[in-house]
Design a protein around this ligand. Structure first.
Ligand SMILES: [Zn+2]
Ligand SMILES: [Zn+2]
Length: 773
């Protein structure tokens, strides 16, 4: 830091200056001088005029932003003092007049005047909170007043010539000093002892002086900044060293210095003896010194001296120790307690063990919370309650937990059998195998099982998580967990095993999940297993629809799926779960439509079989029947195959009807229509649209002849059921039929005789043997 002359302020008329006071807070400078001179100046830093072209690095020329002459004193102004907190200035002159000045709207005004006029004010000092002022007069009068002008306290120090005053740091004491006694030069730091208003430490150049009253001790070489002063000890910081390397401060940069009386007491205790030291401390009393003496007396087991010293140092714990020692027999144990009190714990432990009192060593370490030592001492054969060893192991483990050493903590928790601790350790170590082994160690319904299950679940390890939940007795949560991880088999297994009332919903959810995943076949299976036959049937119908929409559809597969669906529908009528009782008409419609789907594709397959077997007329009859299934098989396909087989069969009337249907279908393309038109022209220019051969059979009911492909009588409206083997309607021989007990479809008895199973639903005919009619 450089100090340079920044501004020279001239005082008019060459008036002599007596005193100066700088207001550090606001930057005001008060000047007092002869013949009532009092001025308040304020020096601007000049930082505002940045636009000026001044060379860099030079201080800006400063201006006086305030230069006010304060009129009020008529004699030499001797003392001026700022009250920075309350923005007041106090001035006093030779006659004893004191004026308090106050700043209002940028100008200083007289706030109050005190005119004691008996003697000259030689010193004034505001307390650090700015609420009290102490004024001392040359004649020995000391007055304390409040900031609002009231007198608080006063004293006449007779026969003493005072020259100054200063508040102690705690504002409770006032130090007055006589002229000339406390005049120091080159002081750059000072600090009052916080516990003793008589002690002041002062730094002068590279020496530290400690003042007791106004008497300095011999200086100590030191260049530290004083930061605290109490208990006869000064703490100083080597700021210069720290600033040299501010990023690397270390403990050596803080130094402790002892007041001479403390050093002397140590010396005396060490070199001379307790009795002589007592005398010295009597002359220089301080609690710290008595404590030092007390501790020295303890070491000698001089309990009487120790007790009185501790009493005088107000050291309660010391007094307690002395009381305790008085009840103990055996100096070795006493010494051990003293060492423990002096915080020489190793030595104390050694002494206890030497005196064969491991129990005391143990309780010492226990009190200190040194659990590792506790464990060690106990391993060396001290009998102590199991609980203590357990506490020791747990505390040691806790120590490692605190340091994130989970593996070491786990070892100690293992020793203390602390499962809760072990769970947290293995959790942090991500040791799921170890966690799994803990499940068996916990009793049923233990709260820790929940924590374990949460850990497993969060790691997606479902098996052990379920095991925990079941051990708690929470099968519902176990099932939920399985479901949330799509582990349906286990969910259903558990729900069934534990007879959870929610099982129906679980299946519903599962089946919906399977449908979402397009796993219809599995959905059918699941619903079937759980007696949700109707839902299973609906899904089976969807499967059939999916197969129909495939480009490489398999007719037999479609039929099988419809049959499967229909059989499930049949089961649902009698065996469905309670939750699934069919009642709506639309449900019943679905039951029927499942069989119709099976019939449609069965007949379509039959037509192909007849064609390949060259049974063309049978194909025609079956194709005629197929017209009833245009809601299941696309009409275009139905009429195409009818047109084909009837044409081959020379039944051009039927063929012409089929073409008419095809040509008038609403959804065909233009190209398709043109192709149908052309084909129709080709066929029907060569042939008249009439059936060339007609076979008739007599209606079993009214005996009127009907064409062999008719499915009902045009005369009596009798219905002719179709034989599922030949596809032909049973017109004249309806009594001669076999009926399937399962699907209720019929066949000509003669055909059924050659079969082992129902042609439509493939149920074994042996089981149906009683159904011949
Ligand atoms: Zn009839
Ligand atoms: Zn059948």
């Amino acid at each position: 830091m450089f100090i340079y002359l920044s501004k020279k302020i001239a005082i008019p008329n060459n008036a002599r200056i007596n005193c100066l006071a700088w207001n550090k807070e606001d930057g005001y400078l008060a000047v007092g001088g002869e013949e009532g001179l009092l001025k308040v100046l304020k020096l601007d830093s000049g930082g505002k005029s940045e636009s000026d072209d001044k060379p860099k690095g030079l201080a800006a020329s400063s201006n006086l932003s305030m230069n006010q002459t304060l009129d009020g004193h008529s004699e030499d102004v001797r003392v001026i003092m700022w009250n920075e907190l309350h923005r007041k200035l106090t001035s006093s002159d030779e006659s004893g007049i004191i004026i308090v000045w106050l700043m209002y709207k940028g100008t200083w005004y007289e706030e109050m005047i005190n005119n004691r006029k008996k003697s000259t004010v030689v010193g004034m000092d505001w307390s650090s909170d700015g609420l009290k002022i102490c004024i001392v007069y040359e004649d020995g009068a000391v007055i304390v007043g409040s900031v609002d002008g009231n007198r608080i306290w006063g004293k006449e120090l007779k026969g003493i010539h005072l020259s100054g005053v200063q508040w102690s740091p705690d504002d409770d004491n006032i130090n007055t000093y006589q002229n000339g006694k406390l005049e120091r030069k080159d002081v750059w730091a000072m600090c009052w002892a916080s516990d003793n208003p008589q002690l002041l430490s002062v730094m002068e150049k590279t020496r530290m002086y400690i003042f007791k009253g106004v008497h300095p001790e011999e200086p100590i070489a030191c260049a530290g900044y004083i930061c605290s002063f109490n208990d006869l000890e000064i703490q100083a910081v080597l700021l210069d060293e720290i600033i040299e390397a501010p990023e690397k401060p270390n403990g050596n940069h803080i130094i402790k210095l002892e007041v001479k009386s403390l050093r002397d007491t140590r010396q005396l205790l060490e070199k001379v003896g307790i009795t002589e030291t007592i005398q010295f401390i009597e002359d220089n009393p301080h609690p710290r010194l008595w404590k030092l003496l007390g501790e020295a007396a303890l070491k000698d087991l001089n309990l009487t001296t120790a007790e009185s010293a501790f009493v005088r140092s107000r050291n309660y714990s010391g007094i307690q120790l002395v009381k305790k020692l008085q009840t103990i027999n055996g100096n070795a144990i006493k010494k051990a307690y003293v060492e423990a009190y002096l915080e020489n714990f190793e030595e104390a432990e050694r002494l206890f063990i030497e005196a064969d009192r491991r129990d005391l060593a143990l309780s010492l370490r226990q009190t200190l919370g040194d659990w590792f030592r506790v464990i060690q001492i106990m391993k060396n054969g001290v009998t102590a309650p199991d609980l203590l060893l357990e506490t020791a192991y747990n505390s040691a483990a806790d120590y490692f937990v605190h340091n994130n050493n989970w593996a070491a903590a786990a070892e100690y928790y293992e020793l203390s059998k602390n499962i809760s601790g072990l769970i947290e350790c293995h959790f942090h170590l991500e040791n799921l195998d170890a966690l799994e082994k803990l499940i068996d160690k916990l009793p049923e319904k233990d709260a820790l099982l929940k924590r374990l299950s949460d850990i497993f679940a969060s790691n997606a390890v479902i098996g052990p998580a379920v095991k925990c939940l079941l051990k708690i007795g929470d099968a519902k949560s176990a099932v939920d967990l399985c479901i949330s991880h799509n582990n349906w088999d286990q969910a259903i297994h558990l729900a069934t095993q534990y007879r959870l009332p929610e099982i129906a919903n679980i299946f519903k959810t599962y089946s919906a999940h399977l449908v979402d995943q397009n796993q219809l076949l599995k959905a059918v299976e699941v619903n079937k297993q759980t007696n949700f036959y109707f839902t299973a049937a609906v899904h089976a119908t969807k499967l059939a629809q999916n197969e129909i929409n495939k480009s490489n559809r398999n007719l037999l597969d479609i039929k099988k799926l419809f049959v499967y669906s229909a059989l499930l529908m049949e089961l649902s009528k009698t065996k469905s779960a309670e939750e699934e009782v069919l009642n709506s008409d639309s449900d019943m419609l679905l039951v029927d439509s499942a069989w119709r789907g099976a019939e449609a594709y069965h007949l379509l397959i039959l037509i192909h079989e007849h064609l390949y077997a060259n049974k063309i007329h049978n194909a025609t009859i079956t194709a005629f029947k197929l017209q009833e299934y245009c809601d299941i098989i696309p009409p275009q396909e139905v009429y195409s195959i009818l047109a084909l087989v009837s044409c081959l069969d020379n039944e051009f009337g039927l063929c012409s009807n089929a073409f008419t249907k095809l040509q008038t279908l609403p959804n065909i393309t233009k190209a398709e229509k043109e192709a149908y038109d052309k084909l129709a022209v080709d066929i029907f220019t060569a042939q008249d649209p009439v059936d060339l051969k007609t076979y008739t059979l007599k209606c079993y009911n009214c005996e009127v002849p009907v064409i062999d492909w008719c499915t009902s009588c045009s005369n009596c409206n009798a219905n002719f059921p179709s034989c599922m083997v030949s596809g032909c309607p049973l017109i004249n021989n309806v009594e001669d039929k076999w009926s399937c007990n399962v699907c209720h479809h019929v066949a000509k008895s003669v055909y059924a005789n050659f079969r082992k199973s129902c042609p439509l639903c493939h149920t074994s005919i042996e089981r149906n043997s009683s159904n011949y009619k």
